[in-house]
Design a protein around this ligand. Structure first.
Ligand code: BTN
Length: 243
């Protein structure tokens, strides 16, 4: 496994993307940093963690996106790979909050930011950025977040957790490439946070409404049953779960 370990960098996703513009980078190369000074989250949010306590890493996945496999397929694989690793470390009550937050005991334990670029030779490179809370204990500022050590009451070897996620991802990408998407999608749906439970949502028009999550379509749209029993599908820009 090719792992580039950094003390500090603005963002491991940016570091890996920059590397890609300058040189050949092997598939599944990993960049990890003890500290990110400008870590980025979904929807332009920041990703800030306690220095040295948690995992912030990015993995290069080449050419997994094809006409058949969409960005969401990779998203599903990454979420399931993280869940499998956390299960291996005996973390109970894991769930996936659509589209790709990983929750443990209803609190966020990991987040994923995938960025894709098309090379001039037609290859698509996906930079899979993962922030995973491992040994941070204090979440006073982030009451909806947790870490492995908060749940297990002991510290863990961060690298062992990271290697487990990457090994799962490698294996799962190989399975996706031979057409085995369905079982990952089924696991994703099984683990979907608040499935079947009435929840408040907000649409992109700012209007709030109640709905019940039914599941996620194969291409990643959230299926929500509304108060008139009609089921509507939403993409990520159209709806936000108020949780
Ligand atoms: C989110 O839940 O909003 C996504 C968080 C993604 C954070 C990771 S940490 C490693 C990689 N580098 C970044 O700048 N962001 C991702």
């Amino acid at each position: 496994m090719n792992i580039i370990k950094l003390d500090a960098t603005p963002s491991t996703n940016d570091f890996l993307k920059e590397l890609l513009t300058n040189q050949f980078v092997e598939n599944f190369t990993v960049v990890t940093a003890e500290n990110q000074t400008s870590g980025r989250g979904q929807m332009g949010a920041k990703w800030e963690v306690e220095f040295g306590k948690n995992l912030t890493f990015s993995v290069l996945v080449k050419d997994v996106l094809t006409e058949i496999n969409s960005i969401f397929h990779l998203n599903v694989l990454v979420a399931v790979s993280i869940i499998e690793a956390l299960e291996h470390f005996n973390i109970p009550n894991l769930a996936i909050k659509w589209p790709n937050d990983i929750l443990a005991e209803s609190k966020k334990i990991a987040g994923v930011l995938i960025e894709n670029s098309l090379k001039s030779n037609g290859e698509i490179f996906s930079v899979v950025g993962i922030g995973l809370n491992v040994n941070q204990k204090n979440f006073d500022e982030l009451p909806k977040a947790t870490s492995l050590s908060c749940i297990l009451n002991h510290d863990l070897d961060k690298e062992a957790v990271m290697v487990s996620v990457i090994q799962n991802l490698k294996r799962n990408v190989a399975l996706l490439q031979i057409g085995e998407y369905d079982k990952f999608w089924q696991t994703y749906n099984k683990k979907l946070f608040k499935k079947g439970i009435p929840m408040p949502f907000e649409g992109n028009d700012g209007i709030r409404f109640m709905g019940i999550i039914q599941g996620v379509s194969t291409y990643g749209k959230l299926k929500v049953m509304l108060e008139d029993d009609a089921v509507k599908t939403y993409d990520i820009k159209e709806i936000q779960m108020l949780y």
